[in-house]
Design a protein around this ligand. Structure first.
Ligand SMILES: Cc1cc2nc3c(=O)[nH]c(=O)nc-3n(C[C@H](O)[C@H](O)[C@H](O)COP(=O)(O)O)c2cc1C
Length: 387
């Protein structure tokens, strides 16, 4: 089956991956209301084409933090590409570099920042989970700085483990239980079993949390003994203040849904916030980020760069986010689906589909450049919340 869009990639990835792995990357939280709403809110935003305009030579090329990128898109941190393809994070990062968009490495990734920086030449961001023992996270920040990462992304919306019941049911909770059901699931997906799991086992064993300090680098199937690995319940604005002191480059706060929090981030010197509900994977009753975006754009009034993610699946979604005040979007699951199907080639296909859709939609809307995308795309005289 050929993939004509990101939805097709999802369908194909679903066939390729064991159910436990697929649901781990694909699903939301609890009743998945936020997951559905992320898509439905995009559908409620309507666009108004300007006709009879010369749209030859149009391009999705844009700029972010003063540097050019091929389209206003970045790859979100997921730390899961290595589950869907052997060394999937390196593959996905290579695809992002080839597509000329930033790639974000997650703290919980199976690839070390050192390996990534050595092997991939593109724009690299590092996503930080704060550890209860702050010195562990601060040491990661120092490594990211030394390795030349362009931006540090602090995840602010996931300090408590969310309720993802499907992982427990599938035997994909932590620690991983090798249940008969999980074994049968893997056996029924030989391409994943041979191409991913077996390759890891033949090349040194199960992937580990490679960015953790050596004594805490457990296999991803085990609970790390790390002191509060990634779940820091007392994460606060004081941490943002401290990171601003420690980190000299772009500081991005991820998981913002309130105007007051975006304004606070700007006041503390953050360069950007990501308006996000974690792809519908944390609080199931949140407003969709695309709906919250215009209000937040009004509140920050250009004091920092606005990014958004959660539910972007079409080129038109990217243009909607830009029209509502974002400078760029991030995608999480779509590039994982692509990676699951063909490593870097699959991830490139996902990014290529998105870029082609953006440029096609620009032409249909009467746009030649991303700089022309503004609120009037949402209707004559429109500027307020529409979603
Ligand atoms: C499998 C998976 C793992 C994720 N892991 C992280 C993570 O470690 N840190 C983080 O800040 N966000 C994480 N996210 C959230 C993404 O960065 C992003 O916010 C979300 O996927 C965007 O929504 P989308 O998947 O609809 O594009 C993860 C998302 C998925 C799907």
């Amino acid at each position: 089956m050929p993939a004509y869009n990101l939805h097709d990639l999802r369908t194909l990835a679903r066939r390729r991956l064991p159910r436990g792995v697929f649901e781990y990357i694909d699903r939301g939280v609890e009743d998945e209301v936020a997951l559905r709403e992320n898509r439905e809110a995009f559908a409620r935003v309507k666009l108004y084409p300007q006709v009879l305009r010369d749209v030859r030579g149009r391009s999705a090329a844009s700029t972010l933090f003063g540097a050019p990128l091929a389209m206003p898109v970045a790859v979100a941190p997921t730390g899961s590409a290595g589950l869907v393809w052997y060394q999937g994070e390196l593959e996905l990062a290579r695809a992002a570099a080839a597509a000329d968009v930033p790639f974000t490495l997650a703290t919980a990734a199976m690839t070390s920042m050192e390996a990534l920086a050595e092997q991939v030449q593109g724009r690299l961001w590092f996503q930080l989970n704060m550890f209860v023992d702050r010195s562990i996270s601060h040491a990661m920040v120092a490594r990211a700085e030394r390795l030349g990462f362009e931006a540090l992304v602090l995840t602010a919306d996931c300090s408590v483990t969310p309720n993802r019941e499907y992982n427990e049911r599938n035997g994909f909770g932590l620690p991983f239980r090798v249940s008969p059901r999980a074994l049968a699931d893997m056996a029924l997906h030989p391409r994943w079993f041979g191409g991913v799991l077996l390759r890891y086992l033949l090349h040194g064993g199960l992937p580990r949390y490679e960015n953790y300090p050596p004594e805490l680098r457990t296999a991803v199937t085990r609970f790390s003994t790390a002191k509060g690995a990634g779940r820091c319940e007392d994460l606060s604005w004081d941490d943002v203040r401290e990171l601003r002191r420690l980190w000299p480059r772009r500081l991005i706060i991820k998981g913002i849904l309130r105007c007051a929090d975006a304004v606070r981030a700007a006041e503390l010197g953050a360069d950007a916030v990501i308006v996000s509900n974690h792809g519908g994977r944390t609080v199931d009753s949140t407003e969709a980020p695309i709906s919250a975006l215009p209000r937040i754009a009004d509140a920050v009034g250009g004091r920092l760069t606005l990014l958004m993610d959660s539910g972007v699946r079409r080129g038109s979604d990217v243009l909607k986010a830009l029209a509502l005040g974002a400078q760029a979007v991030l995608v999480g699951r779509p590039t994982l689906y692509g990676t699951a199907l063909g490593g870097a080639a699959g991830a490139s296909a996902a990014l290529g589909l998105l870029r082609a859709e953006i440029e096609r939609e620009m032409g249909l809307l009467g746009l030649r450049s991303i700089a022309q995308v503004g609120p009037d795309l949402l209707g004559e005289g429109a500027k307020g919340p529409v979603a």
